[in-house]
Design a protein around this ligand. Sequence first.
Ligand SMILES: [Zn+2]
Ligand SMILES: [Zn+2]
Length: 420
Amino acid sequence: MSSRTADATRDVLADFAARSADLVDFYRDLHAHPEHSWKEHRTAARIADRLRAAGLEVTEGVGGTGVLGVLRNGDGAVVLLRADMDALPITEATGLPYASTVPGMMHACGHDVHVTCLMATVEALSRARDAWSGTLLVVAQPAEELGEGALAMVRDPAFKTLPRADVALGQHVGPTPVGTILHKPGLLMSAATTVDVRIFGRGGHGSSPEVCVDPIVAAAHLVTRLQTIVSRETAPREAAVVTTGMMRAGTQANVIPDEALLSLNIRTQSAAARTRILAAIQRVAEAECAASACPRPPELTLSCDFPLTENDAATDAAVSAVHAELFSAEAVIEHGPLMGSEDFSIFGFPEHNNGTAVPTNFWFFGGTAWDTWEAAPGETPEEKLATLHGNHTARFAPDAEPSIQIGTTALTSAALLYLA
Ligand SMILES: [Zn+2]
Ligand SMILES: [Zn+2]
């Protein structure tokens, strides 16, 4: 027997096939014109145009380049739907006919897919207003990749004047095969923090190390020693990552530089682990600099702070049940928690919602074409995923049309669960 939500979803999306070509064109245009975090001006303008055409009240420039849309359709629940808009500084190597036209910039995380699915959902719901009642809050968020956009939007006065949402929904395309949906009650994604470590040495002639303090040697020891924070100080059952993603010092062979800079990426799955690991980094950095006789202690700066992404269990159970009904039980996979990070859950935090937490649900949907998946080397999904071009790589290329259809169905059905 088909549920009311599944029936309503099929009705609301009955003309999807006829709309598909326009949506794919819109997606390809976004893909060809990627914009870096906080620079999403063209993308935001295109979104605002579409939302206005669909009859929404639209506010632009929310928290920077964010766009808010409101569709009021009678009494009922208030449902927040969110997509992110930013691209990454990666040179695209997909060879697609609609590949990036912006040198060194690429939609390598699929945020163009998310925006397209959001537009498709909102436009379908706007056309089928007699099939539901309630209020839609549409959020097009900038700067997800920096972990800054969600916070900037919820702090904007325009966000604070919105009705409080009853539920907030978001999704992400990934490298699993088209048709798969990844759900997880509770902890879905890790918290992330960037730590910049500035090491102060005493520069001089490369021939005279005895009168210098070499910050490169101190940095090299620090990089190695930082590896023991996870391997020797963290319980094996606890997932955590400390990656040195950037190391910068010096200009040429015969000059000992004054400073070295490291940039570390920290991923944790509990607040306690985050606190402990940050304290360990501080301790190890200070001790290594002292061991090298640095003239000053190191300077540590935190940025790119992503919270934990935690799904409300009851909401996830309800949404994954309707997804299983629409896509098949086998298509819905419980997966996670993942080491990746998102700032989506900020939209549900009590401090941004008049003191009461908004239940949130975030899921992943597959974007890899089935023939590509079948052809990938490896027997298990994990082996195949290791060889496929995933998010943040120059060859990440979701199979556009089915990905958009599935992402739209997933988002529309989750919204209708609360509105129909
Ligand atoms: Zn990303
Ligand atoms: Zn992303």
